[in-house]
Design a binder for this molecule. Structure first.
Ligand code: SF4
Ligand SMILES: [Zn+2]
Length: 207
């Protein structure tokens, strides 16, 4: 006797990423914490970071504009940042999506990395004693705090946060230079102007 019925066996279907997710079967509310509940967001993210569906989940949320909750380890703010940086069609490319997600989560996935490590990894020497920056030139997020390469240079060198915008000093002609000694914050620019005025006044008096 045979069990053959003549029916074509159904082709195996790819399993839905949701069913493979680390949150499958758990209370979905855990991934939709109340605004400001940092502890709950962290708890949700920690499960996402070990989830085999993390990138598919992130892709779903980014391309469908999911506004609330933790998806693919990304908070609402992190998804907004990615959406501002990348166009939708770019995020449909798996390689771009993966790079965007891991860039956003870099410091959470590498919690022992310090700002000094980031500086050492991303700077390179330019001719004439200037320093270049090989990472994202605009700004990056360090544990949720946005910082630019020039602000980082200033912070590590002066041991304090910059006041206002950090700009190249007029003596440095290299647009991309991040050498801390070639940078000035708003306070230092003000001090320079005041010192120049005082020097001029002293010269006038002596004349
Ligand atoms: S990444 Fe997070 S939210 Fe998405 S399926 Fe996995 S555990 Fe669930
Ligand atoms: Zn310079």
């Amino acid at each position: 006797m045979t069990h053959y019925t003549g029916a074509v066996p159904a082709a195996p279907r790819p399993t839905d990423w949701r069913l493979l997710g680390a949150c499958a079967g758990l209370d979905p509310d855990r991934w939709f914490p109340k605004p400001g509940n940092v502890v709950a967001v962290r708890a949700a993210k920690s499960l996402c970071f070990g989830c085999p569906s993390m990138l598919k989940c992130a892709s779903h949320a980014l391309t469908r504009n999911e506004e609330t909750g933790v998806w693919g380890g990304l908070s609402e703010g992190q998804r907004t940042t990615i959406r501002k940086k990348y166009k939708l069609h770019q995020l449909e490319n798996p390689a771009v999506l993966e790079a965007a997600v891991y860039e956003a989560l870099h410091f959470e996935l590498n919690p022992t990395e310090t700002l000094r490590d980031v500086w050492d990894t991303n700077t390179y020497v330019l001719p004439g004693g200037h320093l270049g920056w090989s990472g994202a030139s605009t700004s990056f997020s360090f544990h949720g705090i946005p910082i630019t390469p020039k602000q980082l240079a200033f912070l590590l060198d002066r041991g304090r946060k910059a006041v206002g915008i950090v700009r190249r000093a007029p003596e440095c002609p290299v647009v991309e230079c991040v050498h801390p000694q070639h940078l000035l914050d708003a306070d230092e620019r003000r001090q320079r102007v005041a010192a120049a005025k005082a020097a001029r006044a002293a010269t006038d008096l002596a004349a």
